[in-house]
Every structure is written in structure tokens, then in C-alpha cells.
Design a protein. Sequence first.
Length: 325
Amino acid sequence: MSKKKLTAVLIGLLLTLFSSISAASAQTGAHISVLPGQTTVDLSIGSTALVQIYVDDVEDLNAFEIKLEYDKNVLTLTSWSHGGILKNLFNVIPPVNNPGFLQIAVTQLATPGYTGDGVLLNLNFKAIAEGSTPITITKADLARSTGPLLSRTIHNGVFNAVRKFTVSGNISVEHNTLRAGIPVALVGGPVFHAGPYSGITGGQAGNNFSIPQVWRDTYTLTTAQPRCLNLTEALGKSFGMTSGNTTLAPLALVRGNAAWTDNEINAGDVSVVGTYWGKTPADLLPGESLDGDVNFDGVVDLRDLAIVAGNFGLTSALVYAGWTP
């Protein structure tokens, strides 16, 4: 094959490749979305919010039919309006705005189709109760001026109507050995999935931690205090916030868990005490912690070994079985 023929073949292959890429790019289609994807209103501040139905990458859009559903026990649609990208509109059917359901079907009259991005509908929602609801586009037909429907991808949204409160409590280490610096967290939240919320205890008497602005929901309390048996998510120490601001029952963490990530006091904890025997913080290398110091007095000695021995065999599941938040 001559060089000229080979060059022509290569150019032809490249043109075919570019055509395929361009065609694939053109076939990606339009997008129709609920924006924002997640709307949250704090009912203590206000209860209304604007949600928009937005289109991207439409080409020659001339008519549409939209069906929208949401939980009527959480929201009401107080009003709606067209976004303005389409003009000279004619209702194909009368708009339907029933509790939990909206249907709009319109077409332009004697007006060029719209190409580009923009707001199709403005929706003014009012939250009537605490809760979370999907805002779901159950039908989205987008038609060209020439008749065919546009290929489109739907992106639904979520609307959260919340109230925020404070969770507080009193967490220490047994025998009041330690009160300040204990990490606590609220995890879960099956309705809103808003957690985790975290906090650190202070050294004051009485309630020594407070986590504000918590969305009212059900949460599991966890702790992460070194050298102690901790509350884990698996223990399921859950509480609701039915009365709003919530004060949890006092809790004293059991110490002696020198290998503290296993939540069981056993031979491994004795070994850790032996490893650090006689040491103080001054003896530690950078990054080390004095895990053998289970009584938090700054030195690993016989008193730490006595605590481990006295609590030997205890687990988080056992010692906190009778405690409820």
C-alpha cells in the first residue's frame, strides 16, 4: 500500500472515530432535577422553602409533562409558577395541585424550542410537620418542536423539616477519676441521617457535656475514652428526643481496659500494664500514650495492676447492660 493510500485510510479512521465520539456525546441526553437535591428547613425559624425543577442540556424543548409526588403529611405545595425558559404557554390539561401530587402539562404556541439549561418550574413548599420526604419526579416527558421526546435523566430530591435541640449529660470515669476530655458522639438518626454529632466532656460538676443544634431524631450514644470500657454503637444505647432538649442519665465508665479498643478487660490489659511498668509521660516516645495508666495518675504501677485485676473479665456489654440513656 502506498504512503498516500495509507495516509488516506488513517485520516478516514480518525474521522470515523471523531464522529463516533461526537455522536456518543450528543446522545448523553438532558437532565431534569429537583434543586436543591436536599432542602432543610428549621421549623423554629421558618417553614417555607423554594424548590425548583431544573433542566440541563435540553435541545429544542417545546412541551413537557411533569408529575411530582411528596409526603402530604410533611409538606404542602402552597404555590407554583413556570420558570420562564418557555414562552407563550398553553395548558394541554388543567394543572393538578392536590395534596402530595402535582401534574403540569404545557406546550409553547408558535414559539421556537428552547435549547440550554434553566428553571422549568418554581415550587413554594410549606412544611406542616417534622419529617423527611422524597420529592419524586414520577413522570418527565420533554418534547421537541418536531415531536420526538428528549432522552433525559431524572434526579429527585429530599425535603427535611426539622427542629433542633440540645443533648446534654454527665459522663465520667468511675470513682470520679476523670471528668474532662471524654469523647462522646451521637450516631444514627434513622429519619434524617443527620449524625454523627460529637462533643467532649468538661471538668465541671453535674452535666459536663452539651451538644447543641441536634436535629430531633433517635440516636445511639457512644464514647471513646482510652483505658476504659466504652459505649459502642453495637450496644444500642439509643434514645429519642420526644421532649426536645434532652438530658441523658449519668454514666461512669469502667476503667482498666488498657488495650482499650477491644472493650474487654483480660490478659491483654495485664500485658499492657507490664509493658509500661514504672513509666511516666516523660518516658514516652513521640506518638505514644501511657495506656497502662488506667487510673490516670501519671505513672504505671501496682495501683493500675490492681484495677485491671479487680475488673478482670468485665466487658462493655456486661457492665452497661442495666444503663439506659
